[in-house]
Design a protein around this ligand. Structure first.
Ligand code: NA7
Length: 529
């Protein structure tokens, strides 16, 4: 058994930063990573068109001012290879690789009350122990393979967007099926269509989608940002979204109809999350939401030639923005191509995968390749797929059987010295995730330092503090339209998963203030031994 001060799981943005902070404290830390290199989400998701929906100039670490100045992001939104290159650069520059063990999958973690240590066992048959265990396993890291009978019978290639081959996959001349129409499918479908002989998209639910308006990086915008990076970073830490743009200043329902249309046109012109940022009522007032929905549907009807296809592509079963908003480049125009077809699974559901393709209730679709763009067991999947056992034999899977419970999304009653970066009950996926990660990592780092200074042995949330936070998370979500959608935020994409709105919608600034208060008060709401 190898003994460490801290074990971190995962080498995405979270794991790399956590290791850097633990190094700075002089602790003996090791990171275990299932992949063969760093990058987390950006290591695995290599599908054609994979790109970040957050703007490049805000989707990077805030603690590397020299790198901020040296680095050039080529486009407004970065492609996966660019972000992966950035993370590799960070890992090299901070000399992190020496404490990362790749190709190492964590299978179980057990807390030993006698020694107050975690024993972490890997699929490779090793057990490592540490006083602190930090799960930096990401919110979207366990691929969802839907239970469709017959997948193993298919004679062609089966791909999942979240487990994409590391060498380029060539669709040229192939008949291709894509299952799913979430963010990932919306990014990859136009790219796959460029190569495929035919492409058939199997859509169960249309998603709300806005134009990304991607473009080469404007040198003036970049120079301006570089001149003011520190101030902008500092301000972004206190905004709702972790991004530095005006937010929530417009009440849509207070405007005349003309003004509403003009501001929406302007938002669509700016693209991406700008379509949501200005408003303070779109995610709380169904009337305001209906106006944005109608506007967005009109844009789709203008872009798609076949009116019946356009109608199918308009999201109608959930309010605008209550599922993760998708950002597109040429997605809707792709359906104007003769070799691209849309199958509506609501009227003709998939019955099975056969040796030659996909069988719906209407007919067989023969294809060479099936691409599953079917998402993730989000927020909890990476944690519950590991057998985590805390105090008194309590298993995390059992604790969360009726819904997630955690204090600040960072720690859980019954699991001393276990920390989760961007766990359920924190802003995580509701905002720019890099500032969300940084806030959590810095809080964990400070907490571990405090423990070390006092010679304390264990820290864990008290049950009543955890209950109060869970109630606050629920109340905050229930004051919005978010719970009306069957989203992965709600666990609704995985059969049998408890329905509960998992992330915290109160915004980063207020969340950070609450977390800091708790730390300033000597970790109020936490039991320390
Ligand atoms: P999402 O957003 O969860 O989308 C998955 C898609 O797959 C969605 O359209 C689903 O339809 C569809 N799906 C899932 N299971 C099935 C079955 N059984 N049959 C047909 N269609 C199915 O995942 P993404 O990867 O696109 O995006 C996840 C996040 O990654 C994204 O928001 C960014 O934050 C990055 P449904 O809506 O469930 O009817």
């Amino acid at each position: 058994m190898t003994q460490h001060d801290a074990i971190v799981v995962g080498t995405g943005f979270a794991g790399l930063y956590m290791l850097h902070r633990l190094h700075a404290q002089g602790l003996n830390a090791i990171v275990l990573e299932q992949g063969s290199d760093v990058g987390g989400t950006w290591y695995w998701n290599r599908y054609p068109g994979a790109r970040c929906d957050n703007e490049s100039l805000g989707y990077s670490y805030s603690f590397l001012p020299d790198l901020d100045q040296e680095w050039s992001w080529p486009e407004r939104y970065s492609e996966q290879p660019v972000i992966l290159r950035y993370l590799n650069t960070v890992a090299d520059r901070l000399d992190l690789r020496r404490d990362i063990r790749f190709d190492t999958r964590v299978e179980a973690a057990r807390f030993d009350e006698q020694s107050s240590t975690w024993a972490v066992s890997t699929a490779q048959g090793e057990t490592l122990t540490a006083r602190y265990l930090v799960m930096a396993t990401g919110c979207l890291s366990v691929p969802n393979w839907p239970e469709i009978p017959g997948r193993d019978d298919f004679d062609g290639d089966v791909l999942h967007t979240a487990l994409w081959p590391h060498e380029d996959y060539d669709f040229t001349g192939k008949t291709v099926a894509v299952i799913g129409t979430g963010s990932t499918a919306i990014q990859s479908i136009p790219k796959i269509a460029e190569q495929a002989r035919t492409l058939t998209v199997f859509q169960r639910t249309a998603n709300h989608c806005v134009p990304a308006q991607n473009m080469p990086m404007d040198p003036e915008v970049e120079a301006e940002r570089k001149a003011h990076y520190p101030e902008i970073r500092a301000k972004s830490r206190l905004t709702r979204s972790g991004d530095f743009v005006p937010q929530g200043e417009v009440t849509l329902m207070a405007l005349s109809s003309d003004k509403q249309q003009r501001i929406l046109e302007d938002c669509w012109q700016q693209g991406g999350f700008y379509t949501q940022y200005p408003f303070n009522d779109v995610l709380t007032d169904p009337n305001a939401n209906a106006i944005v929905t109608a506007f967005s549907h009109d844009q789709i009807r203008k872009r798609v030639k076949d009116p019946a296809v356009a109608e199918l592509l308009c999201a109608k079963d959930h309010p605008f923005g209550t599922k993760r908003l998708c950002a597109d480049t040429n997605y809707f125009e792709t359906y104007n191509l003769d070799h691209v077809h849309l199958v509506n699974l609501k009227s003709t559901p998939i019955k099975a995968i056969t040796a030659s393709g996909i069988r719906t209730s209407a007919r067989d679709h023969e294809v060479d390749v099936i691409v599953f763009a079917t998402g993730f067991d989000a927020m909890t999947g990476a944690l519950t797929s590991i057998d985590i056992e805390g105090r008194d034999g309590l298993r995390l899977r059992d604790k969360w059987a009726e819904g997630t419970r955690a204090l600040l999304g960072v720690a859980m009653n019954g699991f001393p010295n276990l920390f989760t970066v961007t766990g359920p009950g924190s802003p995580s996926v509701m905002i720019n995730v890099v500032p969300a990660i940084e806030q959590h990592v810095e809080w964990i780092d400070r907490c571990i330092d405090w423990m070390e200074q006092r010679g304390a042995q264990t820290i864990e949330p008290e049950a009543r503090a955890e209950d109060a936070w869970v109630e606050h998370v629920n109340e905050t979500a229930n004051a919005t339209l978010f719970p009306q959608a069957n989203s992965w935020y709600m666990g609704a994409n995985i059969p049998g998963k408890p329905r509960m709105f998992m992330p915290y919608v109160g915004g980063l600034g207020d969340f950070r203030r609450r977390c800091d208060e708790i730390a300033d008060e000597g970790y109020s709401g936490f039991a320390v031994t």
